[in-house]
Design a protein around this ligand. Sequence first.
Ligand SMILES: Cc1cc2nc3c(=O)[nH]c(=O)nc-3n(C[C@H](O)[C@H](O)[C@H](O)COP(=O)(O)OP(=O)(O)OC[C@H]3O[C@@H](n4cnc5c(N)ncnc54)[C@H](O)[C@@H]3O)c2cc1C
Length: 249
Amino acid sequence: MNILVCISSVPDTTSKINLINDNKEFDRNGITFIINPYDEFCLTKAIFIKESTNAKVTVVNVGGSNNDAILRKALAIGADNAVRINKEALNGNLVASCIANYCQEENFDLIFCGRESIDFNGGKVPGFLAQKLNIPFVNSCVGMDIHDNTIEVKEEVDNGQIISKVKYPAVIAGQKGLVEEKDLKIPSMRGIMTARTKPLEVIESSVECNNNIKVINYEKPSERTECKIVDSEKVNDLVELLSTEAKVI
Ligand SMILES: Cc1cc2nc3c(=O)[nH]c(=O)nc-3n(C[C@H](O)[C@H](O)[C@H](O)COP(=O)(O)OP(=O)(O)OC[C@H]3O[C@@H](n4cnc5c(N)ncnc54)[C@H](O)[C@@H]3O)c2cc1C
């Protein structure tokens, strides 16, 4: 089985986010970038499949050379080879087009994406990618089992799960549940050493894509106000605060 895991590079979840250029742009200065957490669940699942079926796992990123470090980390975790499509990832459509072009040359059976990237939270790439390749797409996948030529997948929806059977090739957008958090693979010292010898191929893409969505500006959520603790015996005080301060009743 030939598996592709799409890896997005995102700010570390503890980063303090600043906006620049009249709030039109996110300031990358001083930010540490990590593998998108949803992609880590997918990568671990892909490696579990590899361990039980002898599959080959490739990781791909669309972006500049500053993303090589996260690809090396994915190799250290257990991917067999890495590909970076050397293109600035300006929007989800462009990213999906670059990955789709690459997939057309490689015949992957399973393509994993994270459910969404935790930077711009677009959630666009997996669906666009499946549509461009004209193959099935399962979103928000929280579990899967592989049978002969089908995959049984569990998709999380409001108040429940949809269980469906999908034929290869398919795009699966995964999240926590695909594997448990405690089972996430982390690089071992041996993995880090062998990652240095694994191939990290850089390919150019001729994909050009107009961005039909223009960002006017970004706005940070308002700062959290101080938390007030109300004595459980003083229900009237709580009602008063909810009415006069929080103004929610
Ligand atoms: C200079 C610059 C400016 C940007 N400005 C904007 C902007 O204005 N608005 C905006 O929304 N985004 C912006 N981005 C971010 C970028 O467009 C998105 O991160 C990227 O296009 C993915 O889109 P998404 O957020 O919909 O990803 P999602 O669809 O949320 O990602 C889901 C999954 O798709 C895969 N994936 C996503 N991105 C990549 C990638 N680059 N390589 C490989 N796999 C990937 C991963 O598996 C990820 O978990 C900017 C990026 C750069 C470099």
